[in-house]
Design a protein around this ligand. Structure first.
Ligand SMILES: [Zn+2]
Length: 387
């Protein structure tokens, strides 16, 4: 899914042949390590571009067919984020030509991503920020080192989705995207945790950019996190239905029921949306690993129960209970991990709550209370000198 240019079968089906090709989106997403440029199209198409290379400029062409540009899409996009200078979209009846100017000689990767969920067919360019990987490694090592020095417990706070992976969205009457709600709640949670002596919150995603699911817990492992809390918003397939909060921990065997299995698939599809190929299991099978895993699972369940108790104290939300499913993002054995489905974003009443900063802060406060409660129940002293 990542390599290989286009699913190169334009104009095969009668329906495809009749629908005109149009550039419907052109957006930059700046992350700490790379800039992603997303070209969204009305349908899939063949294109010509190097898979990966290093250069000052990059040209992508869609030859041999008319390409239109939607009115809201700019012909020239200024990015100027230190990696990408600008993007030009030249569309004509002879074809399309898309050029990206980098600030410097830049390593990049180009991929065609098939339509997935709400997302249309996209051509995605990931351009590396020079020296950024080392800077991230240093930052994570600093967190791990300061943790020992300051005698704090580190909670990795994971804002679900990001960038072109928008997650679920509100109903037509309430314009809100899951990726923005999760980041707002995650930021508020970090603030709450940092107000507590002995606790420190650290984000796995600090802006509007895509982070693959495995990368999220790898970041937490490198910062030597003690807990991992992933924030999401729920969505039911039945329009407008579903309500309340549920908290998940990892299931090794499968989901608590079929609905939960479907649901894990929806959240796990974030990687497909972002263009990460599915991976096989890591194949680490030994006794030490099993011991770590069962201890992490046991603690994850306790964390999930304690956090849900606190979140459900908000009378505006019903408690849907603690559940298990095979979420990829919860698979580390290094720390207890939970995924909080804060509320249903497809339900207009709860979408309005999720959008509301007061509710976001309240939700963060209750989750932080749950984290404190967990440490107390697990017999882990926090904020104590000489611990
Ligand atoms: Zn989600």
């Amino acid at each position: 899914m990542v390599s290989g240019a286009a699913p190169a079968a334009p104009a095969v089906a009668a329906g495809a042949a009749s629908s005109a090709l149009s550039l419907i989106g052109l957006r930059p997403f700046t992350g700490p390590e790379n800039t992603r440029i997303v070209l969204a199209f009305s349908r899939s198409t063949a294109f010509v571009a190097p898979d990966s290379d290093r250069a000052m400029t990059l040209t992508i062409t869609v030859p041999g067919e008319a390409v239109a540009r939607a009115a809201e899409v700019p012909a020239m996009l200024r990015v100027r984020d230190g990696v990408v200078d600008s993007v030009e979209a030249a569309t004509a009846v002879e074809g399309g030509r898309f050029r990206i100017w980098f600030h410097d000689s830049t390593a990049f990767r180009v991929a065609g991503l098939p339509a997935e969920g709400d997302q249309p067919f996209r051509i995605v360019v990931d351009a590396r920020r020079a020296g950024a990987t080392q800077a991230t490694e240093r930052r994570l090592a600093d967190i791990a080192r300061n943790k020992g020095r300051d005698r704090v417990r580190v909670v990795a706070v994971d804002a679900g989705h990001g960038g072109d992976d928008t997650g679920a969205h509100g109903p037509r009457s309430v314009r809100v995207l899951e990726k923005n709600v999760t980041l707002a709640v995650a930021r508020a949670l970090v603030d709450e945790l940092n107000r507590t002596p002995g606790l420190r919150g650290e984000l796995t995603r600090s802006g509007d950019y895509f982070v693959p699911l495995r990368e999220r817990y790898h970041l937490a492992e490198k910062m030597k996190a003690d807990l991992f809390v992933s924030i999401h918003a729920n969505s039911s397939r039945r329009r407008g239905s579903g309500s309340g909060t549920e908290v998940y921990f990892l299931s090794q065997r499968g989901a608590s029921d079929q609905a939960d299995a479907d649901f894990a698939n929806i959240e796990n599809a974030a990687d497909l949306v972002g263009g990460v190929p599915p991976q096989s299991e890591d194949g680490l099978v030994n006794i030490l690993y099993d011991v770590k895993r069962s201890s992490a699972l046991e603690q994850s369940q306790l964390l999930a129960e304690t956090v849900l108790d606190h979140v459900a104290s908000d009378r505006r939300l019903e408690s849907r209970g603690v559940k298990q499913a095979g979420f990829v993002v919860l698979k580390s054995v290094e720390f207890p991990s939970i995924l909080v489905e804060t509320a249903f974003i497809n339900n207009a009443v709860e979408a309005r709550l999720l959008k509301n900063p007061e509710f976001q802060r309240q939700m963060a406060k209750q989750i932080a209370e749950g984290v404190r409660g967990y440490f107390a129940r697990a017999g882990v002293a926090i904020g104590a000198r000489g611990d």
